[in-house]
Design a protein around this ligand. Structure first.
Ligand SMILES: [Zn+2]
Length: 472
């Protein structure tokens, strides 16, 4: 008994001196899976606060809550970074139907369909908007139809996410221009409204919101835009094949208000040797309003918070300054991400590594890295350390919207890459809720992020190679 006790004391007393990277990373995973905080924090954010649209009361509650929780961790610093954010409100629940007029003297028949306003859209007229509707799959088809066939009508974008693309983010990327630019393109030909098939690989009844833009369109050319559920997109398309003269009605009373003051939430463990080298880890605190934003991006928020706690719990004393940054307004403005970089540049802070988790709380597979060749080789040399945790995806690619502005020639930006197969079942829809996040998967993600942050803190970012200098 005594001997075992002695062994335990010995092993814990040497943690900070001689543990191998394998042992430290093992300890990080053990801490996250047995003593993690991410799931409890997510429970509060999702179930006690809920959807956190920028500028909303809930977003402010989330700022106050996460700041208070970070303050409990005993970090060196916790503060709020002010940022002005757009405030768009959905208003009353949207309503829509398809109207068919049978030949002869039959009465008109209406079929209700599920829609939601796209973020940033204007309202329909108070009594709603009813017009003929034209289906297209892309902007080329729209151009071919031209003003002659589009003017005075609603444009229905119905290009589905491609099911045979393995990365669902890539499938999303292949469709999302319909949602984001659809109104700008349709307005060129005199359309009066836009209906977009939801960015969802599954057939169901939930409309998925998301941001859209009016670009440089003058106010009087702006047209209301909404997403329709995938089931109802299929229904509308099949009804249009039978009757091109059917009408579509929708009513929404969303509104863009003046910008309001909000905040990024930041916590820091100040580095013991290189305090001016910064490593940041983050997610976005705002979310869409239909669900409670558990996957997008409550998961990334709580995982990032837990990275700092897990480092401390695992006995790691960072050499470099490690920050958690909870960004405000990723979804409809990116103001928080831009503000963070602006202030970092003003202060001359050297951000060597930034990691974002904004792809859902599912089982982690690895990371994608935005960096130079020398840095990527350094990362590949760490890959075997992650093998016991089934983390194998180490590829070059994008990082995250909020950390993107920090990009330099020498630093490394990265994004956590969880399994993406179920993400778009929930993304920006009413079913992005707490019960769809698995505790273990969430905790594995937090541990995986912590392990990478630990390695960057210990080894730093590989100095720029001669080859890179010549290229730059
Ligand atoms: Zn997100």
């Amino acid at each position: 008994m005594k001997r075992i006790f002695l062994l335990i004391t010995l092993s814990s007393s040497i943690i900070s001196f001689s543990q191998t990277d394998e042992q430290v990373i093992r300890e990080i995973y053990t801490q996250s899976l047995t003593n993690g905080k991410s799931y409890d924090w997510l429970n509060h954010l999702s179930n006690q606060i809920g959807g956190r649209l920028s500028g909303s009361l809930n977003a402010e509650k989330a700022v106050a809550y996460t700041k208070a929780e970070l303050e409990k961790l005993g970090l060196d610093k916790v503060w709020l970074q002010p940022v002005m954010v757009p405030k768009w409100v959905r208003g009353a629940k949207e309503f829509a139907y398809i109207e068919t007029a049978p030949s002869g003297f039959g009465t008109k028949k209406t079929t209700n369909v599920n829609i939601c306003a796209l973020g940033g859209s204007i309202a329909t007229p108070a009594m709603g908007l009813k017009a003929n509707i034209v289906e297209v799959k892309n902007f080329d088809e729209l151009e071919v139809l031209g003003k002659e066939h589009i003017e005075g009508k609603i444009v229905f974008y119905n290009r589905p996410m491609q099911p045979d693309v393995i990365s669902t983010f890539e499938a999303y990327g292949g469709c999302v221009n319909q949602r984001y630019m659809g109104a700008v393109e349709a307005a060129k030909y005199g359309a009066v409204g836009v209906i977009v098939r939801s960015m969802n690989l599954r057939l169901d009844d939930l409309p998925h919101t998301g941001s859209m833009t009016y670009g440089n369109l003058p106010v009087n050319k702006r047209i209301p835009s909404a997403a329709i559920s995938t089931n109802d997109a299929e229904l509308l398309s099949s009804m249009l094949k039978l009757d091109k003269s059917l009408k579509f009605y929708f009513k929404q009373n969303c509104k863009q208000l003046d910008d309001v003051l909000s905040h990024n939430v930041i916590g820091e463990i100040t580095g013991s040797e290189f305090p001016n080298e910064y490593i940041i880890v983050g997610g976005h605190l705002d979310s869409w309003d239909l669900g409670d934003g558990s996957h997008d991006d409550g998961a990334g928020v709580v995982q990032s918070m837990d990275v700092l706690r897990l480092l401390m719990e695992s006995g790691i004393k960072p050499k470099r300054s490690i920050r958690v940054v909870l960004f405000m307004n990723e979804e409809n403005g990116l103001r928080g991400g831009n503000k963070y970089t602006e202030v970092a540049k003003q202060k001359g802070e050297n951000h060597i590594f930034a990691l974002e988790s904004d792809a859902g709380g599912f089982t982690p597979r690895g990371f994608s890295f935005d960096c130079n060749d020398a840095s990527f080789n350094q990362i590949l040399s760490w890959k075997p350390l992650f093998k016991p945790y089934f983390i194998h995806y180490f590829e070059r690619g994008g990082s995250g919207a909020d950390v993107g502005p920090l990009k330099s020639n020498t630093n490394v930006l990265a994004g956590l890459r969880p399994d993406s197969q179920r993400y778009f079942d929930h993304h920006h829809a009413a079913n992005d809720t707490f019960e769809h996040v698995n505790k273990r998967e969430l905790e594995l993600g937090a541990a995986t992020m912590t392990a990478l942050v630990y390695l960057y803190d210990k080894y730093g970012v590989n100095p720029i190679s001669n080859d890179d200098q010549i290229k730059d």
